[in-house]
Design a protein around this ligand. Structure first.
Ligand SMILES: [Zn+2]
Length: 376
């Protein structure tokens, strides 16, 4: 038996007053409804209590990784996503501090090229054999340490806008001293390169995670197909093969056919394929309701429909769920349960939506149980 896991990022939503429905309920989605009708449904909590509803947390949970045990921070996940090797990683913002106050956590949205120049200069002056900076996008960069340290307490810079930084510098132990020293020295290095930022701010760091091997755990050959490096990194971290698709944009104008074809092709030589797509989440972040409905219909037709036309659901079980809701009204993620449908067993649900799936036979389940349900 083969298995295909479909994850349309951020598809779940809240009810819109004018539509008197959620975008998913309102949209025409005959193919997703078919999966609900041929299978069994439920609601699933993909973000454990106390965690931010990030795509990393939600997707790790879906794939059976207990983030309470394995999640060490945003920095390590981002490093994993970029295929970087080190013992520890921190998110390293370029920030602007004025008279000891956190004036801008995003370095006035510094451009990629300018940020890269800053990172190069920081490496030239402050790196050593076990410490280096890595350029990401804009103010979102990484600090990699190839040396073991104990824990350290750091604060997200966006939480202290307008506050004196002194009370929020890294604390406790040897690593805190290393970070404080780097931060102070960066105050002299950065202003020579840019006016947008003047200091580094390392946070959400920790040891690089070692996730349990998905393929070994379930005795399958597993593949990850995704438009974003975050999910590719998670796939790699779980021991999956990562397949690249050409012409993808991570938006509603992506290469749907290429993605759907890649999934079908991957199922020929493997037992388990994840197909994660990003476009619906992007339009949700834009807060555009009409565009979200359109994006959901495109997904239904060009991904789910294309696949159903070419796949025998007697031979390949399909599970479908968004990783988390991204309400257009809020333009960001929330940690609420999402609907899921899976073509193992069968219940009375005939539509794939937030409301309909509540009546499914699986009821309300913990995200960590999803794979047990899928490997029925
Ligand atoms: Zn997501």
């Amino acid at each position: 038996m083969k298995r295909l896991l479909l994850i349309p990022d951020g598809m779940a939503d809240w009810k819109d007053e004018r539509l008197n429905a959620t975008p998913l309920e309102y949209a025409e989605t005959p193919n997703m409804d078919f999966i609900a009708k041929e299978g069994a449904c439920g609601m699933v909590k993909t973000v454990p209590d106390g965690f931010e509803p990030g795509s990393d947390i939600a997707n790790l949970t879906i794939l059976g990784v207990d983030v309470r045990k394995y999640y060490t921070g945003r920095g390590p996940i981002e490093a994993l996503a970029k295929g970087l090797k080190a013992k520890m990683a921190f998110r390293c913002n370029l920030v602007y501090v004025e008279n000891g106050i956190m004036a801008d956590y995003s370095g006035h949205r510094i451009g990629d090229t300018e940020a890269r120049k800053v990172i190069n200069e920081l490496n030239r002056q402050l790196s050593n054999e076990w410490l280096r900076f890595y350029a990401g996008r804009s103010y979102r960069n990484l600090l990699l340490l190839d040396k073991e340290f104990g824990q350290v307490r750091t604060t997200p810079p966006h939480d202290i806008t307008g506050k004196a930084i002194e009370g929020y510098m890294p604390e406790d132990g040897e690593l805190a001293e290393v970070l404080r020293d780097l931060m102070e020295k960066s105050l002299e290095v950065i202003p020579a390169v840019t006016e947008k930022a003047n200091m580094i701010w390392p946070w959400s760091g920790g040891k690089m995670p070692s996730f349990p091997d998905f393929s070994k755990k379930w005795g399958v050959k597993a593949v990850m197909i995704s438009e974003v490096d975050l999910l590719q990194g998670i796939g790699r971290g779980l021991g999956m093969e990562v397949i690249e698709v050409e012409g993808i944009t991570g938006y509603v104008d992506t290469n749907y056919k290429g993605l759907a074809k890649a999934a079908i092709r991957a199922l020929k030589g493997n037992d388990f394929v994840v197909l994660h797509t990003e476009g619906i989440d992007e339009v949700s972040h834009e807060g555009d309701l009409e565009k979200k409905i359109e994006a959901i219909e495109l997904y239904d037709e060009k991904i789910v429909g294309y696949i159903l036309d070419r796949l025998d659901i007697e031979e390949t079980k399909i599970m479908l769920l968004p990783d988390h809701p991204t309400p257009v009204k809020l333009k960001t993620h929330v940690a609420e349960p999402v609907p899921f449908a899976v073509t193992c067993k069968k219940d009375d649900v005939k539509k794939f939506s937030e409301k309909a799936c509540r009546k499914g036979m699986h009821g309300f389940v913990d995200g960590l149980r999803l794979m047990d349900i899928f490997f029925c």
